[in-house]
Design a protein around this ligand. Structure first.
Ligand SMILES: Nc1nc2c(c(=O)[nH]1)N[C@H]1C(S)=C(S)[C@@H](COP(=O)(O)O)O[C@H]1N2
Ligand SMILES: [Mo]
Length: 535
């Protein structure tokens, strides 16, 4: 009798022990959930931090008297108290999830999934949530569930081995199994836990710095420009499916080598001009914009843009000519290149001549389509140089220009298979109709964009199947540095047809027909799409 009471007691303690371990597994799963959500938030939607979104949601729904009580009681620490209580609630719920998953599968998974649904709802219903705001909490939830299942499976294996070792089976192998089971659970839990803390804290800190730069950006006062761009009549064609003449910032393509968006504080930002110059120049943001801003419309293009691709966009920039600042420094003879440097370590090699030429509006830009540069487009200052691919000219988060030579210095992409000098190859693109989207027989507008920065587009020609090249109607260009829209009405007959486009620039050159890959200095070729016309 005495023996069975003892083992009943032992079994009870044992349940407690498994309960504690499973609670720990639950907490680690929640940590993994939050850490992954923070990391993804950093990459796709910075406002999507689950803890902060749920906190903000709680603030919104808490009744006014309770809010006043909290402020009266905790003063300015009220937010910290709120986040602390929220963290405590998360730890308790996570521990419960772990225990449930161990004793009554799959209720732990259900608890985590529920937390996922709540935080996703809190995030996507916040004003100003981006379309991708749901991604961080959803991916976080999936990871949290996977970690929970993974850890609890290990814990159960360990528990099973422990039970077997206690039973009257040959002791040695069962005890060994128990040891292995324990180790595998502890290593997995410890490993995931440590990784979650490092990733989560790191991502949160980065998220917080960019949030504070976001606030500085919103408060930044930039003087009005002295001149503005006039969009001529007829600059925009009315065709369904054509790209807008001015690309909205939110849709503007983005290419960066940095894993996360650099956070640059405009109040401490400095621009240095050095190298082969008579006099080193250093400017603050106020010095720069104090020189007077002008407005420029320029179409940027990436060397990685395939024929027909989307790595091209047009914006109205406000900035200061780079030549004015280079003149203050006085480039020395013998220099032929300017190596621009960014806070993220990125560098670009631009021919000195392209930056000093009076005929080319190379600028330090501070505004893009009427607002301070978005963080991801180089806030607070970037370069924009008409006619050169972005990688050799459009340095974002720029802080230094080193006047040098192509002989002496090399930019980021040069040892990576791209040319040191890269003027944009002029090109044309079909926006509509698209391969895979059938159109009805009858009158169909074929339309798209064409660009030949610094030179201008003279003509765009379209060929259907093996017919003659026909001249398309062009929109009125803003200037030679921006793309134009083109369109051609086509009496489409049922069946499948090839539609092909090519441009002629104002020098009379025809777009290169021969296909070239993007490396080393940009793609070439005529875009051809297969269009299905239904009867
Ligand atoms: N600091 C920095 N600047 C950069 C890059 C980069 O990776 N880092 N990419 C360049 C490339 S390849 C292009 S095409 C343009 C793209 O500018 P956008 O991202 O504003 O469209 O920025 C250029 N400036
Ligand atoms: Mo690029």
């Amino acid at each position: 009798m005495a023996k069975s009471t003892a083992s009943a007691n032992e079994a009870k303690t044992r349940r407690w022990v498994w309960g504690l371990w499973s609670a720990l597994a639950g907490v680690v799963s929640a940590a993994a959930f939050l850490a992954v959500a923070e990391l993804i938030a950093l990459l796709v939607a910075r406002e999507s931090s689950p803890i902060l979104a749920v906190g903000a949601f709680v603030i919104d729904i808490v009744p006014q008297p309770l809010k006043e009580f909290a402020i009266a009681t905790f003063g300015s620490a009220d937010k910290i108290v709120l986040l602390g209580s929220l963290a405590l609630a998360v730890v308790i719920a996570a521990a419960i999830a772990g225990i449930l998953q161990f004793f009554v599968r799959p209720f732990g998974v259900i608890v985590i999934a529920l937390a996922g649904v709540i935080s996703t709802a809190a995030i996507i219903t916040r004003t100003g949530a981006s379309p991708l705001a749901f991604v961080p909490p959803v991916v976080g939830t999936l990871v949290g569930v996977l970690v929970l299942v993974f850890l609890i499976t290990r814990l159960r294996r360990w528990a099973g081995a422990a039970d077997a070792a206690d039973a009257d089976t040959p002791a040695a192998p069962a005890a060994e199994q128990r040891g292995l089971g324990r180790r595998s659970f502890l290593v997995a839990t410890g490993g995931v836990g440590i990784a979650a803390v490092i990733v989560g804290v790191g991502a949160r800190l980065l998220n917080a710095t960019s949030a504070s730069v976001d606030a500085l950006r919103r408060e930044l006062r930039i003087p009005e420009p002295r001149s503005t761009v006039t969009i001529p009549d007829g600059a925009e064609l009315e065709v369904e499916g054509i790209s807008p003449l001015i690309t909205p910032n939110a849709d503007f393509y983005r290419v960066d080598t940095a894993l996360t968006v650099p956070s640059v504080d405009p109040t401490t930002w400095r621009l240095v001009i050095d190298g082969m110059v008579d006099q080193r120049v250093e400017l603050s943001f106020d010095d720069l914009v104090g020189m007077g801003l002008d407005e420029y419309a320029v179409t940027l293009t990436c060397v990685s843009n395939e024929v027909g691709g989307g790595l091209v966009g047009n914006a109205i920039w406000q900035g200061v000519p780079i030549r004015d600042i280079l003149r203050m420094a006085g480039p020395q003879s013998g220099a032929d290149m300017v190596l621009s440097k960014s806070v993220d370590g990125y560098t670009a090699s631009t021919p000195l001549e392209a930056l000093t030429d009076d005929a080319r509006d190379a600028i330090f830009a501070v505004k893009m389509n009427g607002e301070p540069l978005p963080l991801e487009h180089g806030f607070p200052v970037r370069m924009v140089v008409p006619g050169l691919y972005g990688y050799v000219s459009a340095t974002k988060w720029v802080t230094e220009l080193k006047v040098t030579t192509f002989e002496a210095d090399e930019a980021y992409w040069t040892p990576r298979g791209y040319a040191a000098e890269a003027p944009i190859k002029f090109s044309s693109r079909i926006d509509t109709p698209r391969t895979g989207t059938p159109v009805a027989a009858g009158t169909v507008a074929i339309a798209g964009m064409a660009w030949a920065q610094t030179v201008g587009i003279e003509r765009v020609e379209v060929r259907i199947d093996d017919g003659d090249w026909q001249a398309a109607t062009l929109s009125t260009p803003i200037n030679a540095d921006t793309w134009v829209q083109w369109m051609l009405e086509w009496q489409a007959e049922a069946g499948t047809h090839y539609v092909e486009v090519r441009a002629v620039n104002k020098n009379g050159d025809t777009q290169i027909e021969e296909r070239a890959p993007i490396a080393p200095d940009g793609s070439s070729g005529w875009q051809r799409v297969l269009v299905t016309v239904s009867a």
